[in-house]
Design a binder for this molecule. Structure first.
Ligand code: PGA
Length: 250
């Protein structure tokens, strides 16, 4: 049976210029020297830093963009296409992050178009899904996420996809979803997808202090980290997580 791959992904959002990215790499690369090779480390950085990363000689870090348009080119001011990313050797892109949905009106339908365009050009998209506080309070967490998946994943190949469960209320708030609850929702997502071994990550206030507990959960294949990925020491510690009870689990 194929097992989902472990993925430690960072999302820099709109932080760091090229010089800061170089300084970061110098500090970060030695920290992941001994990280088990089975852990895929991906950093999704601003468009202006992509080149800084892909030109770097390390093959240990894979580079992702934070969005991708569905057309290969065209009159879409401000957008970047999949072929443009591929030219820079970028092989990942987050799609449908809640900040894109909230501030830039991205819908499940445009998310679907972006996912398919990414895959068409051999970019592995990281689809972000998750509920708001209000959905959660009203008991709509599962139905909301199922709907995001049903529309977002139409015609999308699960073999070349990563999913991130990111409850909106836990993003950038310090209010982490309890590991057991994240595990439960991710289990629901997996069963909705017919138990396909797609990697499903948790995201939302992941930090050095909670990573070990999160990665000890059986359904969670990795993490998507915002704030704590900006500090090389913090992100290094996250990449080098030590799942609690690892001896029993593996
Ligand atoms: P956070 O962000 O780790 O700062 O909560 C997560 C994300 O937005 O992907």
């Amino acid at each position: 049976m194929t097992l989902p791959q472990q993925v430690i992904a960072g999302n820099w959002k709109m932080y760091k210029n090229r010089m800061e990215a170089r300084t970061y790499l110098e500090a970060f690369l030695p920290l992941i020297d001994q990280t088990p090779a089975a852990r895929r480390i991906i950093l999704c950085v601003p468009f202006t830093c992509l080149n800084t990363f892909t030109e770097h000689t390390s093959t240990r870090i894979e580079v992702g963009a934070q969005n991708v348009h569905w057309q290969p080119e065209g009159a879409y001011t401000g957008e970047i296409s999949a072929p443009m990313l591929v030219e820079l050797n970028v092989r990942y892109a987050t799609v449908g992050h809640s900040e894109r949905r909230q501030y830039f009106n991205e819908t499940d339908e445009t998310v679907n178009l972006r996912l398919k365009a990414a895959q068409l050009h051999q970019i592995t998209p990281i689809l972000c899904v998750g509920e708001s506080k209000q959905h959660r309070t009203q008991g709509e967490t599962e139905s909301w996420i199922r709907n995001q998946l049903d529309i977002g994943l139409q015609g999308v190949d699960l073999e070349r996809l990563i999913i991130a469960y990111e409850p909106i209320w836990a993003i950038g708030t310090g209010d982490t979803c309890a590991a057991g609850e994240a595990n439960r929702v991710i289990g629901e997502i997996r069963s909705h997808l017919g138990n396909h071994p797609v990697s499903i990550l948790y995201g939302g206030s992941v930090k050095p202090s909670n990573i070990d507990e999160i990665m000890a959960e059986t359904q969670i294949d990795g993490v998507l980290v915002g704030g704590a990925s900006l500090d090389p020491l913090d992100f290094g510690r996250i990449a080098n997580f030590q799942p609690l009870g690892a001896a029993i689990k593996s």
